[in-house]
Design a protein around this ligand. Structure first.
Ligand code: SAH
Ligand code: SF4
Length: 363
């Protein structure tokens, strides 16, 4: 009999599974508490379950979906990049980002990515496979265990900005969000979870119409303010045009406190001119209150075809948006020294140098 991974279950499913085992319903609450509150990694730690139940659990179920291979800690800002092994040998990464007053975890949803943005390292070998719900959720549990369970270490924010296109792994991503936001499970705040998409229009619409998809923040990777430029760097734009995308976003029912984040990777001589900034401002037009703009200076990686603009150019772009009263922020990525920034995560060949750097100590 194949074992089930309990982290693939939302609360209702966990309850059903518990009932199928012939156990009382309240066992589901107990299990959820051990998994998501205490964040234990073995059934033996679940001390309020009888030995008999624990033995049955060991036979029938798993709770871990990832194995930590190695990690790197940034000397510059304390962010930590984790490399995890999946059961079939593939690897993924997550990044813990400590910030003033809160901590963010950037998580992956796929091994690789099929979308093919020209500036992104993740997509170089295409898509290998979707992550399961348990593999998504376990990034949060195991990262938290690693950094510690003290209140100041608590991961309060989750951004789906690691490897992969979250909306191309719709069902598993949705269930992970249900687990993250359920008070009986991880109990994180909806507005502290952000899903970033390259702009697959029908999937965005599906998410907003789906009553079972908890409302979280949406970020959309715009990356250009005109169709021609966007097509050049994001082939997905040929079928999901900028015009249709903006029309869709302009109509989404957006609650207060849930402004849509427009992400814009600034690439030298591609989309970083003052003219581009004015174009972006005009594209947003009268919908300023609906959006926040996140400017991400391009993060280079080995063999990348593009460059990062210098700081002056970035500041100039930023200032122009402010002149239009558009809320724009520059995100100088964290973890530069450990290649942990946006677009730099990629399936690792375990023979490479990454593993030899593992000698870093935890503090
Ligand atoms: N697939 C999703 C989420 C992961 S990518 C998406 O595309 O939105 C997260 C963000 O990193 C996106 O905004 C993407 O445009 C950006 N990005 C990708 N490669 C980058 C790079 N090399 N430098 C800076 N940002 C990059
Ligand atoms: Fe995929 Fe996002 Fe990278 Fe585009 S930027 S290739 S959608 S991970």
């Amino acid at each position: 009999m194949e074992k089930v991974n309990l982290k693939n279950f939302d609360f209702k499913e966990l309850e059903n599974w518990v009932k199928e085992q012939g156990w009382q319903k309240f066992r589901a609450k107990q299990l959820a508490k051990w998994l998501y509150n205490k964040k234990v990694s073995s059934f033996d730690e679940m001390t309020d379950l009888s030995k008999d139940i624990r033995n049955q659990l060991k036979e029938k179920a798993d709770i871990n979906a990832l194995e930590l291979i190695t990690f790197e800690k940034s000397k510059e800002d304390g962010s930590i990049k984790f490399l995890w092994r999946l059961h079939d040998g593939h690897t993924i990464e997550s990044v813990f980002i400590p910030e003033k007053g809160h901590n963010t975890l950037c998580i992956s949803t796929q091994v690789g990515c099929a979308v093919g943005c020209k500036f992104c390292f993740t997509t170089k070998d295409g898509l290998i496979r979707n992550l399961t719900t348990a593999e998504i959720v376990d990034q949060y549990i195991q990262s938290q265990r690693f950094v510690g369970l003290e209140p100041e270490k608590r991961i309060s924010n989750i951004v789906y900005m690691g490897m992969g296109e979250p909306l191309a792994n719709y069902e598993n991503v949705k269930k992970s969000v249900r687990i993250f936001t359920d008070d009986k499970m991880a109990g994180l705040s909806n507005r502290k979870i952000t899903i970033s998409s390259s702009g697959i229009i029908h999937q965005i619409l599906k998410m907003y119409e789906d009553k079972e998809f908890p409302q979280v923040r949406l970020a959309v990777s715009l990356n250009a303010a005109d169709q021609k430029t966007r097509e050049k760097i994001m082939p997905i734009s040929e079928t999901n045009t900028l015009e249709d995308l903006m029309k869709t976003l302009n109509k989404l029912p957006v609650k207060t406190g849930y402004r849509i984040m427009l992400e814009y990777v600034l690439i030298k001589d591609v989309n970083d001119s003052p003219k581009d900034a004015h174009k972006l401002a005009r594209l947003i037009g009268k919908n300023k209150k609906r959006y926040k703009v996140n400017l991400i200076p391009f993060n280079p990686y080995p063999g990348s075809p593009y460059q990062r603009p210098d700081k002056e150019r970035v500041d100039q772009f930023h200032k122009i948006l402010w002149q239009y009263n558009i809320g724009a922020f520059v995100r100088w990525s964290k973890g530069q020294d450990i290649s942990a920034a946006c677009g730099q995560l990629r399936k690792k060949d375990l023979e490479t140098s990454f593993i030899t750097k593992a000698s870093l100590n935890k503090n």
